[in-house]
Design a protein around this ligand. Structure first.
Ligand SMILES: [Zn+2]
Length: 288
């Protein structure tokens, strides 16, 4: 797993052996440092600048005021939803703007969780992130996929350090996986020299690793947390779990959950339809 291998940039190289969930057995591999990035994707996407604005935040850890780019509401729409609920947007990828990161102390989280931090968690962030944190960039016009990757990586490091709830870590891993998936489909980003075949393969592996962690986290959350879990009700979470089991090639628990959704009185027709699509997909995979 190389999910944390870029943290050296922020002065946080010592965190790179952290595990997202304690019972994970994977080790982080050493990787050579990346070259500084010089190509600007921002120049090629002028319209994206008009879709975002600088939203003001106060960091709950160090109390610094800062701004984070946020997508204007009502401008960007979902044009398609993938089997694991990944929304594909029409004119730009909103998921790039998910993370709020304090430029002063390195505290970062999904916007919806940014202010939900306990005193104990603040202390952990100060000790394990802020003390070594080296800011790398302050001013943005848009977030490129490169920027978004860094922000997600920092948020994941924070989630581990502050020992976030299973649902928060799982939701972060899920959205991070979606970011990578969509990034790999972006021809502009993939034409950059640092996304050679090797790097693309690494990113595909990272997406898989993140989906595995998302599954593990949501299974734990379902057993230990109360609903809504990451904004989802029971049926939606069961559907998502079924999709994540499928993506992790664990078909038996997936089919079991699909069976429960199909006979559930509280599942909507739309969810049942998606569950049937998922079942077809699994049956195709099992035949292959
Ligand atoms: Zn801060």
């Amino acid at each position: 797993m190389s999910l944390f291998s870029g943290l050296e940039k922020f002065g946080l190289g010592s965190l790179k052996n952290e595990k997202i969930f304690d019972n994970s057995e994977k080790k982080v591999e050493e990787k050579p440092k990346e070259e500084p990035k010089t190509v600007s994707v921002a120049d090629e996407l002028p319209e994206e600048k008009t879709l975002v604005f600088e939203k003001k935040y106060v960091c709950p850890v160090c109390e610094t005021s800062f701004t984070s780019l946020t997508v204007r509401t009502g401008k960007v729409h979902v044009k398609e939803q993938e089997i694991d609920l990944h929304p594909i947007f029409d004119i730009m990828d909103e998921i790039k703007y998910d993370i709020v990161a304090c430029p002063a102390c390195g505290y970062a989280a999904l916007a919806r969780y940014f202010d939900m931090i306990t005193k104990r968690q603040k202390d952990a962030v100060r000790e394990k992130i802020s003390l070594n944190f080296r800011p790398i960039k302050h001013k943005y016009e848009i977030y490129t996929y490169d920027d978004a990757l860094e922000r997600y990586q920092l948020a994941l490091a924070n989630a581990v350090v502050k020992d976030a709830k299973a649902s928060e870590k799982a939701y972060l891993c899920l959205r991070y996986a979606w970011l990578i998936r969509q990034m790999l489909r972006d021809p502009v980003t993939m034409s950059l020299p640092h996304y050679d075949e090797q790097r693309q393969k690494e990113l595909k592996d990272e997406e898989k690793e993140l989906l595995k962690n998302a599954l593990e986290g949501f299974v734990t959350a379902k057993q230990s947390e109360s609903f809504p879990i990451a904004g989802m009700n029971t049926i939606t979470l069961d559907y998502l779990l079924a999709a994540l089991y499928m993506e992790n090639e664990d078909y038996t628990p997936s089919l079991k959950l699909i069976g429960e959704i199909l006979v559930s009185r509280s599942a909507s027709n739309h969810t049942k339809e998606k569950a049937r699509d998922l079942k077809d997909m699994i049956e195709d995979k099992m035949r292959a």
